[in-house]
Ligand binder design. Structure first.
Ligand code: UD1
Ligand code: UDP
Length: 382
């Protein structure tokens, strides 16, 4: 039986206040690649004074989309793996909700901790809210103001049922204020920045081999561009990916593209059809390898929320193929420019030189994970 310890502070005026809670039981729900990375840095801290029960929904399941992250980042094996993936958004979310509800009824946690904006995030938040379990949402307040992206729906719904909203940046705090949620909000910094600092430099070029789609192994070229593309909006038909490939194919060095499974068949077919020769279509890589590839790339082209921030951390010029800025802090000094999937626009924006102000650090101090855990420890229901 789990017993929470409450530590109080008595000040000079005999006012008593909660210092922190120890030995809480937290259910952390993850399911997709970026969430494994965030959980790696937060769960390390959480486990020092609390019981962290890790639930993997199964949303990402290939070895190189899931297990490899647990191995490389020494994340403990999930206590529950629900094995739920694929299907429509409603099917996936609904099946996850049913399974997560059972876990929560069995484990009776003090908190449910969720990250970001995937269907796994939303399913966990809805299941917990209906059982009156407090929800801590890390990476709260991110908004694109486009209801055309499934992630925006997931973020808004999660923020509006959570008890503790932990924003990575000031723009997140502003969005929470705009939606009347600021009382539940705290600025903690970005756990992805913690991870970037913690895991940088763990692999060297000589250790890194790319497995091309089809199975051939190659080493990483001296000079290359780094591309990732997986967003639903950019993968609905051939047009957008063809435009992105056309842009990358004429650059002065090859492009490494570790292909998300969602895009595998399409990417291979388009490369063959259009004879794109300057593209290395590879299997997804692990996080340590991805960080290496960002840090050593000429420039980055992506539609990933995580990768556009990592390009910023690594001071690499980035072009983001999106209509909206999820991380507006990066849109300064030409460091991250938004582009439509249009080859001329992508090439034009890639040629703009960036200006880096080393004093500008909008993603915190590399200790977001501690602040996330502290926020839960210090929380008092109002
Ligand atoms: C999901 C998230 C997205 C996040 C991304 C991180 C939602 C709505 N989207 O998108 O916000 O940026 O994860 O990468 O939650 N697949 C495999 N093997 C895998 C994983 C997926 O083959 O290991 C296939 C699935 O079967 C599915 C497709 O890829 O057909 C898309 O997967 P899904 O998890 O639905 O969405 P992502 O594009 O990964
Ligand atoms: N990433 C990875 N291997 C890859 C491609 C990306 O480890 O083959 C990492 C990348 O460095 C980033 C994270 O996965 O940290 C982002 O995940 P993704 O782009 O899938 O999701 P998003 O951040 O857009 O939600």
């Amino acid at each position: 039986m789990n017993k929470v310890n409450y530590l109080y502070h008595l000040d000079n005026n005999n006012e008593i206040s909660l210092l922190r809670q120890e030995n809480m039981k937290i259910v952390t729900v993850v399911g997709a690649r970026p969430q494994f990375i965030k959980a790696a840095v937060v769960s390390r801290i959480l486990r020092q004074n609390h019981k962290d029960i890790l639930v993997h929904t199964g949303q990402h399941y290939d070895y190189n989309m899931s297990e490899q992250f647990f191995e490389e980042l020494s994340i403990p094996r999930p206590d529950y793996n629900l094995g739920i993936s694929g299907g429509s958004h409603a099917e996936m979310t609904g099946r996850m909700m049913i399974a997560i509800e059972k876990v929560l009824q069995e484990t009776k946690p003090d908190w449910v901790l969720v990250y970001g904006d995937t269907n796994s995030t939303l399913a966990a938040a809805l299941a917990a809210a209906k059982l009156y379990i407090p929800i801590c949402h890390a990476e709260a307040g991110v908004r694109t103001h486009s209801r055309m992206s499934p992630e925006e729906i997931n973020r808004i719904c999660t923020d509006h049922v959570a008890s503790l909203l932990l924003a990575s940046t000031e723009s997140g705090m502003r969005s929470l204020a705009d939606e009347g949620l600021i009382k539940l909000g705290q600025l903690v910094g970005d756990p992805m920045y913690d991870a970037f600092l913690l895991y940088s430099g763990k692999v060297q070029r000589k250790d890194l081999r790319l497995i091309l789609l089809g199975g051939t192994e190659v080493s990483v070229p001296e000079k290359y561009y780094y591309l990732t593309c997986h967003r639903e909006e950019n993968t609905n038909d051939d047009r957008d990916l063809t435009e992105i490939f056309r842009a990358m194919d004429v650059l002065d060095a090859p492009t490494i593209y570790p292909v998300h499974p969602r895009n595998k068949d399409r990417a291979l077919r388009l490369q063959k059809q259009h004879h794109f020769r300057n593209l290395l279509l590879a299997e997804p890589v692990g996080y340590l390898e991805s960080i290496y590839l960002v840090k050593n790339a000429e420039k980055v082209v992506t539609d990933s929320g995580g990768l556009q921030r990592e390009a910023f951390f690594a001071e690499k010029k980035c072009v983001t193929i999106m209509n909206y800025a999820c991380w507006p802090e990066t849109i300064v000094g030409n460091r991250n420019e938004l582009a439509h999937p249009d080859h001329e626009e992508i090439i034009r924006k890639l040629t703009h030189e960036q200006t880096v102000d080393n004093n500008y650090k909008p993603f915190g101090d590399g200790h977001a994970a501690e602040k996330i855990v502290n926020a839960m420890e210090n929380w008092e229901e109002s």
